[in-house]
Design a protein around this ligand. Sequence first.
Ligand code: NAD
Length: 367
Amino acid sequence: MENKMGVGIIGCGNILNQYVKGCRAFEVLEIVSCADINHEKAAVAAEKYAIPQVYSVEDLLSDPHVDIILNLTVPNVHAEVNQATIAAGKHVYSEKPLATERQAGYLTLSAAEEKRVRVGCAPDTFLGGGLQTCRKLLDDGWIGQPVGATAFMMSRGPESWHPNPNFFYQPGGGPLFDMAPYYLTTLIQLLGPISRVAGADRISFPERIATSNKRFGDRINVEVATHSTALLNFSAGPIGVLITSFDIVASELPRIEIYGSEGTLSVPDPNFFGGIIRIRRAGAEEWQEIPLTHSSSVGRGIGLADMAQAIRTGREHRANGEVAYHVLDVMEAIGESSSQECHINIQSSCSRSAPLPLGLLPGRLDG
Ligand SMILES: NC(=O)c1ccc[n+]([C@@H]2O[C@H](COP(=O)([O-])OP(=O)(O)OC[C@H]3O[C@@H](n4cnc5c(N)ncnc54)[C@H](O)[C@@H]3O)[C@@H](O)[C@H]2O)c1
């Protein structure tokens, strides 16, 4: 395909594997080079995934074959890498969160506007068949007018499996900044932007002990809240509850439910691209499983492919900086509400991204 866009990857850690596979499913993307602050990791990744060039971060940013940087670094350097990319005149697609503070997120978006480059940001799971089907059901009125929503991410934390768990307990981590992007992005894509929040959070365990193979017994100092509860007022009227936690041993709560005037929609885990969708309409005696309207055989990287395709055709891309900044604004406000013991009005807003067309061929994003 002549219209391929060159992708340079910065950050060759745990999630790289999923992105390489996900990106290679789309004709518009070609992974041309990679870099990591730990050069050895980049070299090993290049060998393992047959990535043609390994560079230092600086040299990658000046590689003329790279159109878009895929930023897979840890959260507290996302903004720095995103801004260096923009300064180099390249488009950037970042892992979430967009930044660890509003100000850095704002500077990223304004720099991109000035340089006329695009900013994309994970999560892109809302482009999978599971959440696109939920979007269609809502838009087609299957549960009537949305009234409220609940979203629960209850876990005991990632130190039992992640090879480098420290960043989850540093600023930019915690269950809110690590996992709420999936939940908030989904809620915002389904119900629209959020206008006000109230939050309460705590650090339940000031020290954690890693139990993954490589890090067994390592002590991790906890610097951020690990149990967070929020009330969300959506601009269009519905009211949501969000709990994200790394402090819960077990839970039977659902992931996400949307309550409407005519029924309830059970939304699958927003960390994945597929899942089971169920609906129970007023008068029905049972829940009904709904077949997916879009493919769930996609993975991390679909948002980047959509951005590349959008750059080629001049349309808007879906996993965009505006939504990611709104999510960041809401997350920061939840923490502020907890420490200031008051509601916080959200200054930013965003539009819901266009739904994906029906009947797309594999590897394509425009009908
Ligand atoms: N691991 C997962 O399951 C998962 C899932 C979804 C999203 N994510 C997100 O992906 C991102 C990366 O996560 P991960 O699990 O791969 O982390 P990781 O720690 O395994 O990898 C991060 C890599 O970034 C490199 N790095 C750090 N600072 C850098 C810098 N300034 N310049 C260049 N390279 C730098 C590190 O050396 C490391 O190789 C995070 O934002 C995380 O939230 C991870």
